[in-house]
Design a protein around this ligand. Sequence first.
Ligand SMILES: *Cc1c(COP(=O)(O)O)cnc(C)c1O
Length: 432
Amino acid sequence: MKYYSTKQQTPPVSLREAVLKGLPADNGLFMPEQIPALPSSFFEKIESLSFQEIAFEVAHNLLSEDIEKEKLKELVENAINFPAPLVSLSENLHILELFHGNTLAFKDFGARFMAQLMGYFVQGNTSTLDILVATSGDTGSAVAHGFLGVPHIHVTVLYPKGKVSNFQEKQFTTLGNNITALEIEGTFDDCQALVKQAFLDTTLNEKLNLSSANSINIARLIPQSFYYFEAYKQLKDKQKPLVFVVPSGNFGNLTAGLFAKKMGLPVHEFIAATNANDVVPEYLHTGNYKPRPSTQTISNAMDVGNPSNFQRMLDLCKGLDSMQAQIKGYAFDDAQTAKAMREVKEKYNYIIDPHGAVGYLALESYINQGNHNINGVVLETAHPVKFAEVVSPEIGQEVAVPERMRYLLEKSKMSIPLGIDFEGFKAFLLQR
Ligand SMILES: *Cc1c(COP(=O)(O)O)cnc(C)c1O
């Protein structure tokens, strides 16, 4: 299958090119030419399938022309190696826990699958693919873990010294193998500037095969549709209207939900839940799309003022009316979010992170508008321990680091200190 640019100014490309390039030259975003429906037999037998089997069926539905079946099965099994349990808090409130991967957030799904696909496409290459990624914390850890041990690929993570949490730093500085961490004496913007300049540098591009693990790579979106099916599988009463609540920033997760619906998943409606960065809910209410600089909030992974996947949503929905028919928008401020974390703990004895809390608020509002008899599924995008400093004071207790992550705290950091001058960074890349 070919992948076209949402801007339609460049010719469609193969999956391989879309994945390795990340972005089309016309600054649009890659989209599959078709999103075929899955056969009804798939939905009839879904309860008997494992998550990996579901993921394979969905992946095969989109990628069968591009990757041979057995190979695809192997890639999916390597990528989807942790569960996505659905926890029911009440008749109409279910939490889809997407934080059981290595870095405790849903981005592990996208990063792992992208790493597997890139690894597959560079097989047989003589040179190593050099991925450069600047991070303020989370992207670096998801990408580093996703690519760990993938042959023919080397990842260099640049992070600002002293500006990421201890736990985050451990996640990408203790891996070794094909992951190098550079501790930059500067800010996140300095890190990003170094990466940008590297991509423009002639010598570096001659000598190295540079790539970015771009967050809007189509390879990150595809696996994010898998767990919508996995949630449906786990619902006991499948007759009630299914409503997915997606705490959103760049809207990749919600776009992947639209993919799942196109493939036949019986979704009644999506709810786009945001913090104060509410451009999309505002668009859904008024029809005016007004991107603006982002505002800082306690659900900071959603602090996005100009969501990159909005182009894909428009492309899939073909206009405002259709988007309004499929997606409802809600936005909440920090005070409401903090109160919601407390409420979920008190009412259900469940610890929710600030992003999930925004989703919970949106579902409550939706239900209170008369939609009682539904299956509301809130995507819990991160483990609360990642945001312990805002969660703990609200719920009045510590949030424990999951058992399986404790080993990290023992491991020692292996990062290379570097300044912010480009020549130093360039010399480092060339001599490695
Ligand atoms: C990235 C992220 C989001 C936002 O997801 P999008 O796909 O960008 O909308 C929400 N919650 C957490 C914890 C995240 O890391």
